[in-house]
Design a protein around this ligand. Structure first.
Ligand code: G1P
Length: 289
């Protein structure tokens, strides 16, 4: 069955970015001129996803407004002949977006469970907003390509420094099934480095079969006393194969302040209108340190 649907959990409180995220969702924090969640939505679209459900919480209205039409702004840009800017705001309302709310922050697994009716009986992808991925083939598309071969759930993983395993879901790889694709013995959420089965961490892109929902419904709270998606995936792996695909592209972690700064600088360096000035600024600033 074709993968057509994506779920983007966006109900987190964004406490790491307070006070910026007091009234503004963290998903709207801009990378220069584009909110982080727009990068995720664009990855979904570039992968061939047709419908996207964003699971939001309280004070997340700006996300809905961002992807809605803004007639006043469009008319003003049109009157001024600002065609390019007009296209950047108009393109956003062509996307098939749906919203639902997670009323209680009970964890990522619980957020994904809110998508049960939207997804129905189809395979789907989950895309986390803190990880921006860059590669020639979008990572979500790479997972979809693997699904076409295996018809099995597949998550993206990447090596991380061993001392950081407690920030991630970590896999216990069994053997290489095909190049860069692993069979997995166990999926463990946030293990301490001493007990982590490897340094291959789950990086926020999942292709899942719909059987995950009945498992999420009965999932007991795990790490951090939250209903963890990783724990339900570990149980899914006991009834059907779940693969891990190693991502070789570039990952930007915009969920912490330093990663966010790095992303802004690297993204700025890809923009022709500022590349030269930015390089000069960085050099001069570094010399004065
Ligand atoms: C979540 C997942 C974790 C995964 C991580 C990737 O954790 O629970 O398995 O490795 O995203 O960013 P969180 O960052 O929400 O604590």
């Amino acid at each position: 069955m074709k993968v057509r649907k994506a779920v983007i959990p966006a109900a987190g409180l964004g406490t790491r970015f307070l006070p910026a995220t007091k009234a503004m969702p963290k998903e709207m924090l801009p990378i220069v001129n584009k909110p982080t969640i727009q990068f995720i939505v664009e990855e979904a679209i570039n992968s061939g996803i047709e419908d996207i459900l964003i699971v939001t919480g309280r004070s997340k209205r700006p996300i809905e407004n961002h992807f809605d039409a803004n007639e006043e702004l469009e008319a003003a840009l049109e009157a001024k002949g600002k065609e390019e800017l007009l296209a950047t705001v108009k393109d956003l309302n062509k996307i098939n977006l749906f919203f639902t709310r997670q009323s209680y922050p009970k964890g990522l697994g619980h957020a994904v469970l809110q998508a049960k009716n939207f997804v129905g009986n189809e395979p789907f992808v989950v895309m986390l907003g803190d990880d921006l991925m860059v590669d020639q083939i979008p990572l979500t598309k790479q997972l979809m390509n693997n699904y076409e071969q295996t018809h099995a759930s597949t998550l993206a993983v990447m090596p991380v420094p061993k001392e950081e395993t407690s920030k991630y879901g970590v896999i216990d790889p069994e053997r290489e099934f095909s190049e860069g694709v692993y069979n997995v013995r166990r999926f463990v959420e946030k293990p301490q480095p001493e007990v982590a089965p490897s340094n291959l961490a789950i990086i926020g892109r999942y292709l899942l079969t719909p059987e995950i929902f009945s498992l999420l419904e009965t999932q007991e709270p795990g790490a951090g006393n939250e209903i963890q998606l990783t724990d339900a995936i570990d149980r899914l792996n006991q009834i059907q194969r779940v693969f891990a695909l190693e991502f070789n592209g570039k990952r930007y972690d915009v969920g912490n302040k330093f990663g966010y700064m790095q992303t802004i600088i690297e993204y700025g360096l890809t923009l022709p209108e500022m590349k030269k000035n930015l390089i000069q600024f960085i050099k001069e600033t570094a010399q004065n340190l």
